[in-house]
Design a protein around this ligand. Structure first.
Ligand SMILES: [Ca+2]
Ligand SMILES: [Ca+2]
Ligand SMILES: [Ca+2]
Length: 609
């Protein structure tokens, strides 16, 4: 009997990740992951002396190949090739050494000088009808057509408002499939971007990589930085890895995450509970990545750096960050900060608990011996409390009762304070919401410590309940819209009032370093008022928030703020305040400030000469 002999088929390369890299980068060698067929027993050689191949690894199915590429310092910019040879033949892996982007205009960190504006790309403005595949604006879970060109077109609106950074929901390529089911949320699509099918691809509904880079360059010319939304915890169901993972342990086996998130904070949690929270899948449609596999960790860290190097972005918002091991957050942060010191990364730790959000910010070693080095986290506790306070559900002193825990943070001044986001109900749709409350809420977020982040449409008092109702199209961004809210003439009086209040507080914040970087000193916190100073060097700003429908005033000893002169003058800067300029000072060391009803006001106080 003669056993049949199967000749090995020709090796075939389908995808190279990353497709390019840079010489003199802090990551060297870079590790390539090549997807294809028939890689069994492959040998890989570099066809150019500037690039060296090592550590070749092939998975059991022979459809994924890993190898290190050492890049010579003097490697020239241009196209390169690696040759793969097997018993079945030879093929080429294309690669490129790219020119680095200009560091003078790119990779600018997002700091306390900035005001961030969150845009859901699909819902902001449609600048290119050619990419509107299957768009259906009647279905809140379908693609609506918004894209990079739509953002580029409306940069002047953002500039007028005064924001200096845009956080865009994920632009990785997601599946174009329309999911049908018998549930009320079907048919649905991946318009939101949180189900990557290609970590190196750009969503075709938003444009091409070239469109993205053009949008970023245009934003930079307008003085606006870009923050990418990255999702390293999980991929989308239609990612090719789902059916054929590069390694057997690429994803933990499916088990449902019970979201016992506090197990991540507690030193007393069982290993099993922590394991469920870190490795459990959000649901069957979101395969959870296993960062304990070094190839996964390496892939994700390189991917983050590839996007920064390729697009010139200034920051990263990392989705659902707490569901990844803290040592991975540290390694990821360290790798980015090594290449781009001072880079801004903000983690989503969706917990209304300062102890838990603080645990994930860097600058402090946790009980587990890990300092994540993560520059920023969102302050979900302050966000919720501010909503509750300014819709009348909690006393004003509740704001101070959140901020009193600032010592838990590695650096509370770099926490990202959010007015709202795409996962939460819009302010004007909260029970008992009023225009006055919305104005106080945004003023407080722009005056308190941290880096403020706004959500598109809140500046014109848009309404919207639970997801996806909170993700409505920005009126004026799509053809056929009855009103163009990007212009004053398209806005109602109330919308214009909200726009002006937001813009005014952004301007006040820009004017005073103390509001951006100063320390906070509480002056009064009670049922209806919260008054605090922000102080930096010789600059003192007193912020007064009065939610009552009658005037109030505060009188205090100027020494509390370190003044020694007998006369201190405080000049009002507040939003739409009508407080007269006179009689706001103090003599004999006393400061008297009036607090108009339902108003946020800022006073600049200084010693009279
Ligand atoms: Ca479009
Ligand atoms: Ca797509
Ligand atoms: Ca996880």
């Amino acid at each position: 009997m003669v056993l049949p002999v199967f000749a090995q088929q020709l090796p075939e390369v389908q995808k190279v990740e990353p497709p390019n890299w840079w010489a003199n980068h802090t990551i060297n060698p870079v590790r390539l992951l090549v997807r294809g067929e028939n890689f069994q027993n492959a040998k890989v050689v570099s066809k150019n002396n500037s690039l060296k191949v090592s550590n070749v690894k092939i998975n059991l199915r022979g459809d994924y190949l890993f190898f290190d590429v050492g890049i010579a310092k003097n490697a020239k910019i241009g196209k390169y090739e690696f040759e793969i040879s097997t018993a079945g033949g030879k093929t080429i892996v294309p690669f490129e050494i790219s020119a680095p982007l200009d560091a003078k205009t790119n990779f600018q960190s997002v700091t306390n000088e900035d005001v961030i504006y969150l845009i859901m790309t699909d819902r902001f403005a449609n600048g290119d009808a050619a990419n509107d595949k299957d768009a259906d604006r009647q279905n809140p879970r379908a693609w609506h057509g918004g894209d990079f060109k739509g953002i580029t077109k409306n940069l002047s609106y953002l500039k007028e408002l005064g924001v200096t950074a845009i956080w865009l929901t994920p632009w990785y390529d997601n599946s174009d499939d329309i999911i049908n089911c018998d549930k009320p949320w079907c048919p649905m699509t991946s318009y939101h971007g949180y189900g990557a099918i290609d970590y190196y691809g750009v969503e075709n509904h938003f444009g091409t990589l070239a469109d993205l880079r053009e949008m970023i360059a245009a934003a930079h010319r307008s003085g606006i930085k870009i923050i990418q939304d990255q999702v390293a915890n999980h991929v989308g169901m239609r990612h090719p890895w789902k059916e054929k993972p590069p390694l057997d342990n690429w994803f933990p086996p499916f088990f449902q995450n019970r979201f016992n998130n506090s197990s991540l904070l507690s030193p007393n949690a069982s290993k099993a509970e922590v394991e469920n929270t870190l490795k459990g899948w959000f649901d069957f449609s979101l395969p959870d990545l296993n960062q304990e596999e070094p190839e996964v960790a390496k892939y994700e860290i390189q991917n983050a750096l590839w996007w920064i190097g390729t697009t010139g972005i200034s920051g990263i918002r990392q989705d659902t960050i707490q569901y990844m091991p803290r040592w991975f957050i540290r390694d990821w942060s360290n790798a980015i900060l090594k290449q781009y010191p001072n880079f801004y990364m903000v983690g989503e730790v969706f917990e209304e608990d300062s102890a838990q959000t603080a645990f994930f910010q860097g600058g402090k070693i946790g009980w587990d011996g890990v300092d994540t080095n993560l520059p920023s986290v969102f302050d979900f506790k302050l966000w919720r409390t501010s909503q509750e306070v300014f819709t009348g559900k909690k006393p004003m002193r509740a704001l101070r009762d959140v901020l009193k825990y600032d010592g838990l943070y590695g650096d509370a001044s770099r926490v990202t304070v959010m007015t709202n986001n795409h996962d939460t109900d819009r302010f004007m749709s909260l029970p008992d919401a009023t225009k006055e409350g919305a104005k106080l809420h945004v003023a407080f977020m722009l005056a308190t410590r941290g880096i403020p982040q706004l959500y598109y449409g809140e500046e014109i008092a848009m309404i919207g309940g639970h997801d996806p109702d909170n993700r409505k199209d920005f009126s004026g961004g799509f053809s056929g819209d009855s009103a163009n809210k990007f212009t004053k003439s398209g806005r109602t009086a109330d919308e214009q009032e909200m726009f002006e209040e937001t813009k005014a507080w952004i301007e006040i914040r820009k004017k005073f370093g103390a509001l951006k970087n100063g320390k906070t000193i509480d002056l009064r916190y009670d049922e209806n008022t919260y008054i605090f100073a922000r102080q930096s060097g010789k600059e003192t700003i007193v912020v007064g928030l009065n939610r009552a429908n009658k005037s109030d005033f505060i009188q205090f000893d100027a020494k509390i703020l370190g003044f020694t002169a007998r006369k201190v003058v405080c000049r009002p800067e507040g939003g739409n305040s009508t407080v007269p300029l006179s009689n706001q000072g103090g003599v004999d060391g006393t400061i008297n400030l009036s607090l108009p009803p339902q108003t946020a006001i800022a006073y600049e106080c200084s010693e009279a000469r």
